[in-house]
Design a protein around this ligand. Structure first.
Ligand code: PLP
Length: 245
């Protein structure tokens, strides 16, 4: 009798869920629900865990939960964390300073935030010198918010045209951020995400003949608005706070 009770307590103990595990589970439920509501396969949505605010122990826990894509917004920190976790996929999602690109070209699985010809040129030169082809996204400021990084929608075709003749670059799609202060209002965020998808949809036929331009990826949606992003076709969501806190 006592032994049975003890066993029951023990087996319950083994099911203790950590806060991050619970957050991850909740996020997955939201991904599943949002995807299902628009007839998408939730497996089309990649969660990039934005680890800029957390350290080694937390990253370690995330890998044990099955998270293998991490995003950093500072090149040096990306390098350091990648050295600690060389088998994980590291995404660069931060503002690009071209003099720091040498730290991430050939190391980041994807650079999300390319918004100028100069950045494309520097990435291409570094990639060719290193014998790699660097995957990138073009960041577009579709909300028009002045404080946002990113190319204007009108500039995006010119950037793609430029990239299409650069052998060291592969453009996989587009990235955007919803307006900061309004991102918890799903409608505003959602219309921003819809605008990025429409921009992409309009560009697909224009660049269908370019070997190194495929516009399948839409990196959009963060902690407060990733459900809306998935409704509008996000294939990559970038989540920090919602996972760690
Ligand atoms: C920090 C950051 C995120 C994650 O933001 P949360 O609100 O913490 O989910 C996503 N994308 C970029 C570019 C970031 O800098």
């Amino acid at each position: 009798m006592l032994t049975t009770l003890f066993r029951i307590f023990l087996s319950e103990d083994t099911e203790i869920v950590t806060p991050i595990e619970k957050n991850y589970h909740d996020i997955q439920l939201t991904i599943d629900t949002a995807a299902a509501s628009v007839g998408r396969d939730p497996r089309e949505v990649l969660l990039v865990a934005v680890s800029k605010t957390v350290g080694v122990a937390v990253i370690e826990e995330a890998t044990r939960l099955g998270i293998h894509d991490f995003g950093e917004n500072r090149t040096k920190v990306l390098l350091e964390k990648q050295q600690g976790f060389p088998n994980e996929r590291w995404h660069f999602i931060g503002h690009i300073q071209t003099n720091k690109l040498k730290e991430v070209v050939g190391r980041a699985i994807l650079i999300h935030s390319v918004a100028s010809k100069h950045a494309l040129e520097v990435i291409n030169t570094l990639a060719l010198a290193r014998g790699v082809c660097q995957s990138v996204l073009i960041e577009a400021n579709v909300s028009g918010e002045a404080s946002k990084d990113g190319a204007t929608p009108a500039e995006v075709p010119g950037l793609l045209e430029y990239a299409s003749t650069r052998a060291g670059i592969e453009v996989k799609g587009l990235m955007t951020m919803a307006p900061m202060l309004l991102s918890h209002h799903d409608d505003t965020a959602r219309s921003t995400f819809a605008a990025l998808r429409e921009l992409r949809d309009n560009l697909v036929p224009v660049f269908s003949g370019s070997d190194n331009i495929s516009l399948n990826e839409l990196s959009m949606g963060m902690s407060d608005d990733f459900g809306a992003a998935i409704l509008e076709g996000a294939t990559i969501i970038r989540i920090g706070r919602r996972l760690w806190s």
